[in-house]
Ligand binder design. Structure first.
Ligand SMILES: Cc1cc2nc3c(=O)[nH]c(=O)nc-3n(C[C@H](O)[C@H](O)[C@H](O)COP(=O)(O)OP(=O)(O)OC[C@H]3O[C@@H](n4cnc5c(N)ncnc54)[C@H](O)[C@@H]3O)c2cc1C
Length: 443
């Protein structure tokens, strides 16, 4: 029988990064993948969506009709290049790849049709798949997987069910491609997991861009591109050339002969990423309610560190959330409501991008930065941004939160001019009414 120190199931961001990290630490690794290296993120998620979103936006700015075939081609080239890069890294790091579906036979054995491996540790990183809500006719709707295979001619109109992160990004894509968009959302706002100010800001911008957004809507039936829904006790019907559903994803678990504890289909894991069987670890979408690629890989690396006795330095509580719309939105740390629930007295600092030179140079729609600090010690505990490149400069706030920096320590930094991040500097100064480019209401 083949033996290894670590056997990883799934080569998405959790699995392949865990494999490379363990190899860098000098351990023997086997990585099983039944489909393509890179998982959902690289093949059906983060990377293809952002490639299409960026290209569609460039077409929209140029005011020309988008060449969807060229967009798809460039997106596929990007994905392939990244996939080949990961394959090379795995090979040069001597990670043994099993290109097959595998199952768990017991606490230390994993099997495929080709045979079994004995492993000191097993890491489950099998990810997630599209979940369809229980709506009559839902099988007629397109999923994000289908949208990514888009072809010309595009539908002239689309109904999007769900205004979470994926729903909003798909709406952004369609709007930039000139498609009429109607969004139906069960909650009372888009991005209901984010602070209300982010939802309100993006709703305003999306409406200005031509989207129709209907909230508190319970979709009941889909039939021939007609969607029946109920809002405020009234039933209504709308029709479009395509219906897209983006209401969530479900964890995917491997076949397993040992009983592993689950909660709502997800593997239950400890702080050390161990399942109810200590030699079996899990990370990423298969085990987490936060379904983000960077969280999946951070968890997976923490799992590897724990199994090989290495001290892990990552603050797994400070997880940035990003929405790659135009403009982008990003937030990290505690939101106001959560801070209130924890009884934390709050200080706030905020600034608009209205007076930011870079935002004006880019002729960008209005955005903002809002920061939260603990009133007892002035440590930064949360932050949110709406504005271009928000998903890049949110990391400055993440670093401050993870390192427990105070507002005053953050102010030690000089921000480059002209840059979007100067809005962050303004928000830091606003804690004490010192923002330079804001009309002062103090005497
Ligand atoms: C449209 C879309 C856009 C997204 N955009 C972003 C974004 O911008 N940023 C972000 O952070 N996140 C984004 N996500 C979420 C992100 O893709 C996931 O959080 C991430 O891929 C989870 O990583 P993972 O390694 O846990 O699982 P996955 O990436 O799902 O990988 C799991 C892998 O395991 C393999 N596998 C499963 N079962 C077995 C088995 N029994 N044997 C062998 N192999 C198996 C699968 O084939 C798959 O390759 C997006 C998702 C979607 C759908």
């Amino acid at each position: 029988m083949n033996k290894t120190e670590l056997l990883i199931i799934g080569a998405g961001p959790a699995g392949y990064q865990a494999a490379l990290h363990a190899a860098r630490l000098g351990h023997q690794v086997v990585l099983a993948e039944k489909d393509q290296i890179g998982g959902t993120c690289l093949n059906r998620g983060c990377v293809p969506t952002k490639s299409l979103l960026e290209q569609a936006h460039q077409w929209a700015v140029s005011r020309q009709k988008a060449d969807v075939q060229a967009m798809r081609q460039r997106e596929q080239q990007t994905v392939q290049k990244l996939r080949e890069g990961i394959a090379q890294l795995l090979q040069s790091s001597r990670v043994q790849l099993i290109p097959e579906q595998v199952s768990i036979a017991d606490a230390h054995h994993v099997c495929s049709t080709q045979g079994c491996w004995q492993a000191d540790h097993i890491l489950i990183a099998t990810g997630s798949a599209v979940a369809l809500p229980p709506i009559e006719g839902i099988e007629q709707a397109l999923t994000s997987d289908d949208v990514l295979r888009m072809e010309q001619p595009l539908p002239q109109s689309v109904i999007l069910i769900g205004a979470g992160v994926i729903g909003m990004e798909l709406a952004d894509l369609y709007l930039d491609l000139g498609v009429q968009v109607t969004i139906l959302e069960a909650a009372d706002r888009c991005l209901s997991m984010a602070d209300r100010q982010i939802s309100q800001s993006l709703q305003m911008i999306f409406k200005r861009r031509g989207a129709t957004m209907i909230f508190n809507a319970r979709v009941m039936r889909i039939e021939n591109h007609r969607v029946e829904y109920e809002v405020g006790g009234q039933t209504a019907v709308i029709q479009a050339e395509a219906v897209v559903v983006a209401t969530g994803r479900r964890p995917v678990l491997p076949e397993c002969e040992v009983r592993l504890k689950t909660d709502q289909g997800r593997l239950v894991i400890s702080e050390t990423m161990q399942t109810s069987v200590p030699s079996i670890y899990a990370a990423g979408d298969a085990a987490s309610t936060i379904q983000l690629a960077h969280y999946a890989s951070a968890q997976a690396i923490a799992a590897v560190d724990h199994m090989f006795g290495v001290k892990n330095q990552t603050d797994l509580k400070t997880v940035p959330s990003c929405v790659y719309t135009h403009p982008q939105a990003a937030w990290v740390g505690l939101q106001q409501q959560q801070a209130h629930e924890l009884g934390i007295p709050l200080l706030t600092g905020k600034a608009s991008t209205l007076s930011n030179a870079r935002a004006q140079i880019d002729q960008a729609p209005r955005g903002f930065v809002r920061l939260l600090a603990d009133g007892r010690n002035r440590q930064l505990i949360g932050g949110m941004i709406v504005g271009d490149h928000a998903c890049e400069w949110i990391s400055t706030i993440s670093l401050a939160i993870a390192q427990h920096l105070t507002v005053d320590q953050c102010r030690a930094v000089i921000f480059p001019h002209p840059s979007w991040s100067e809005t962050l500097q303004e928000a830091l100064l606003d804690f004490d009414g010192l923002a330079i480019h804001t009309i002062s209401t103090r005497r």
